[in-house]
Ligand binder design. Structure first.
Ligand SMILES: CC(C)(COP(=O)(O)OP(=O)(O)OC[C@H]1O[C@@H](n2cnc3c(N)ncnc32)[C@H](O)[C@@H]1OP(=O)(O)O)[C@@H](O)C(=O)NCCC(=O)NCCS
Length: 161
């Protein structure tokens, strides 16, 4: 399956559509995503590099033509009690017809690489899944207490280049 991984800070024109897309994934209002994406855009450095600005938050989408197939973000804290374990990959989602084809894996790899290029080589992620993230180089770290109960905290360290 052919798709492109888009860094939304480099494609601000896609932000309204992406915020709408994320709303249907976890039933969190579009306005929450929009606000975070606007913060991302306002943090950009010269051009769209974001080198001079804060690297968090960030948002990403896997796209085929104009269609969003999957997406995820990086925020400071994904609603849990361990603010020291930051920043967090969040809102990991692939639309149902496109699942099982490596889209989440490709997004995770792109996100880890992009964040490393912005100076963040360690990322965290809370999930209820077991086995999914191990496959993409993440390690189980500990159980954390989230707004919806306990969650499994994973860690990913990018190798030094
Ligand atoms: C989990 C999810 C993001 C995976 O997306 P994807 O693009 O299909 O992922 P990949 O193709 O890279 O990897 C697929 C693997 O994910 C695993 N996987 C997918 N759905 C899973 C689920 N519901 N439970 C456990 N593992 C799952 C399987 O091991 C699968 O491997 P397989 O194809 O050999 O069966 C997608 O199923 C989804 O959006 N689910 C609903 C939202 C969700 O649970 N998000 C994660 C929140 S932490």
């Amino acid at each position: 399956m052919k798709y492109e991984i888009v860094k939304l800070r480099e494609r601000p024109e896609l932000v309204p559509e992406a915020a709408r897309w994320f709303e249907h994934t976890f039933q969190i209002p579009e306005s929450v995503y929009l606000e975070s994406m606007k913060e991302m855009l306002s943090n950009r450095g010269p051009g769209s590099s974001c080198k001079a600005g804060a690297p968090v938050p960030q948002w990403y989408a896997a796209m085929d033509g104009g269609v969003i197939l999957g997406g995820m973000g990086v925020i400071e804290n994904d609603f849990h009690n361990r603010p020291d374990l930051a920043p967090n990959v969040c809102a990991v989602y692939t639309d149902e017809p496109y699942r099982g084809q490596g889209i989440a894996g490709a997004l995770l790899e792109a996100v880890c690489g992009d964040m490393a290029s912005l100076g963040i080589d360690t990322l965290y992620l809370v999930t209820s899944h077991t086995g999914l993230y191990e496959r993409y180089g993440w390690e189980f770290l500990c159980i954390v207490e989230g707004d919806d109960g306990p969650g499994r905290m994973y860690i990913h360290r990018s190798e030094e280049k």
